[in-house]
Design a binder for this molecule. Structure first.
Ligand code: ZN
Length: 162
């Protein structure tokens, strides 16, 4: 029987069905070490280059980031400039209610718009996750997203209709 990897990064990669390549370790390790920051592909490439003095080529990095996002280790959000930003998936973000505009694809937290109601939503999601965890479910993720048309896009549409 194969022994379990003791390195937490390796363990995460294995648990998500990813190969434990040097590149995968590098990217996931960096993202987890900077879990409160989101990076664009370009920023990540630059940071890794500074970190390792070699970095990764663009294609490898893009592919890896896509893969890490697909398995839920990274969170992908589109910023106001419609640029994809990636961040390690922290527990607190998993259940953070957010709004996805179906027109401009901007993704924004609902905390500002909903105020206290947003905290209720978040708490409800967290409670559900804790309950499932207690039952033995693992790798839990919950995405609380409200989808629709944002204020900016709605205003655009209204002005075009005039
Ligand atoms: Zn919009």
């Amino acid at each position: 029987m194969a022994s379990l990897p003791d390195d937490p990064i390796d363990a995460l990669l294995t648990a998500h069905g990813l190969r434990r390549t040097q590149a995968a370790r590098l990217v996931l390790g960096w993202m987890l070490a900077h879990a409160d920051t989101s990076f664009t592909h370009a920023q990540l490439q630059l940071a890794l280059h500074d970190e390792t003095a070699q970095g990764l080529d663009r294609v490898t990095l893009y592919r890896l980031v896509d893969r890490l996002t697909q398995v839920g280790l990274l969170l992908c959000r589109v910023d106001v400039h419609r640029v994809r930003r990636y961040q390690a998936m922290p527990a607190s973000v998993q259940a953070a209610p957010h709004f996805e505009c179906q027109n401009c694809h901007r993704d924004s937290p609902l905390a500002g718009a909903l105020k206290k109601n947003s905290r209720d939503l978040e708490k409800a999601a967290q409670t559900a996750i804790e309950a499932l965890k207690a039952l033995g479910y693992t790798d839990l993720r919950m995405d609380v997203a409200v989808r629709g048309i944002c204020l900016d896009c709605a205003a655009d549409e209204a002005s075009r209709a005039d």
